[in-house]
Design a protein around this ligand. Structure first.
Ligand SMILES: *Cc1c(COP(=O)(O)O)cnc(C)c1O
Length: 367
């Protein structure tokens, strides 16, 4: 029997497959050589075809950094300097986007819902109706704070009604959930190589509607986050600054693996199946989910801490059995833990996890 590594049940970085780990051992490459340019062009092509609806209209522009880097590059390069941007937040990541707009001095209005609540489209409609100056809306697709999958279709329709463009943080959903790239109001989508795509940390990207580069100029205040600069040099596969070459090896392999495994659709099904096993078993053990059922994305679940357990005790007990779970953020630290099914997770891993949880929770209940 092969020995399993510690299984990461946090929402990225993920447990790597052997195939992706092995790709890191490729011969070193200089980023100013033709072979690297070919690799970068191949990555851009594969990213653009993860969703076949994106192939013709969108370009993947890669940046060096984590998911936040891609989101901030999108905001800095695209958010209007004159018109109000509407932020619909319901968790840590939506609030982070509002903080970015503030840091970059862009006019914005944030409609903040409680963490765990759905975004309020009626309030958004009101804001769009009474503030005629709003041209852009920003939201998080899969709000990792709670695991809630915000409903994109009605949001895109609302944007269409008011002729506003949507900028989307899909850092924890790209490659694992449906994103409607055929919708004309979707302007840009930020994500990363090391969540649902199963690469390593260090390369992130923004899918940008190609016409943006033709019709507008950059709004970026600085150089390093300016997507227009990356786009202009990446046409030939090069990069204005040193890219994370090894993260590119991993992402290229991870994208090939995703294609071999049947694409985002198959991955979503796999995540969903594992998440349902976890939710069903924990419900049977008396550990309720944090959100109402049906609200969750396929890959992130949040739970109330079982009676008699605080987060460090549960974390440490599972860690010593080979699993890393994830805490609630901010004030949720006291009430919540999260389990995420991204990455190289085998059926047997979930069986062992759920056995361990049963022993721990039932064991403590007896005391
Ligand atoms: C993880 C995450 C981010 C930030 O990504 P980092 O890689 O931690 O910088 C942003 N938005 C969402 C929805 C995320 O899940």
């Amino acid at each position: 029997m092969n020995k399993r590594p510690t299984i990461l049940l946090n929402p990225g970085p993920v447990t790597l497959t052997q195939r992706v780990r092995q790709s890191l051992l490729r011969e070193d490459m200089c980023h100013r050589e033709e072979d690297f340019a070919e690799l970068m062009l191949e990555i851009k092509k594969r990213l653009a075809r993860v969703y076949k609806e994106a192939v013709d209209e969108f370009e993947a522009v890669t940046v060096t950094g984590s998911g936040t880097c891609a989101v901030e590059a999108m905001i800095d390069s695209i958010a209007s300097k004159e018109h109000t941007t509407l932020v619909l937040s319901n968790g840590v990541y939506g609030e982070r986007i509002a903080a970015m707009l503030a840091a970059h001095g862009r006019p914005f209005r944030e409609l903040r819902a409680d963490w765990g609540d759905p975004i309020d489209l009626e309030l958004a409609r009101e804001a769009l109706t009474y503030d005629g100056g709003i041209r852009q809306v920003v939201a998080v697709h899969n709000e990792t704070t709670s695991g809630r999958l915000n409903d994109l279709a009605p949001l895109l329709d609302l944007c269409a009604e008011f002729e506003a463009d949507l900028l989307l943080d899909a850092v924890s959903s790209f490659g694992g959930e449906w994103i409607d790239f055929s919708h004309p109001r979707l302007l840009a989508v930020a994500s990363t190589g090391n969540k649902c795509l199963h690469g390593i940390v260090g390369i992130a990207f923004v899918m940008v509607r190609k016409t943006l580069f033709e019709q507008r100029s950059s709004h970026a205040d600085g150089l390093y986050l300016d997507l227009f600069r990356y786009q202009a040099t990446q046409i030939d596969g090069f990069s204005p600054y040193t890219p994370a070459v090894h993260a590119c090896f991993a992402l290229s392999e991870a994208l090939q693996e995703l294609e071999d495994q049947g694409g985002w659709h198959a991955r979503q099904k796999r995540y969903q199946m594992l998440s349902e096993q976890v939710r069903d078993k924990l419900a049977a053990l008396g550990v309720p989910t944090y959100l109402e059922s049906g609200a969750y994305s396929s890959m992130i679940s949040s739970f109330k801490l079982p009676r008699g357990w605080d987060y460090p005790a549960l974390h440490d007990a599972l860690r010593s059995r080979g699993f890393v779970i994830y805490a609630g953020q901010g004030g949720l630290y006291r009430d919540m833990f999260r389990i995420c099914t991204m990455g190289d997770i085998e059926d047997g891993d979930i069986v062992r996890l759920l056995q361990a949880m049963e022993e721990l929770i039932c064991g403590r209940a007896k005391q």
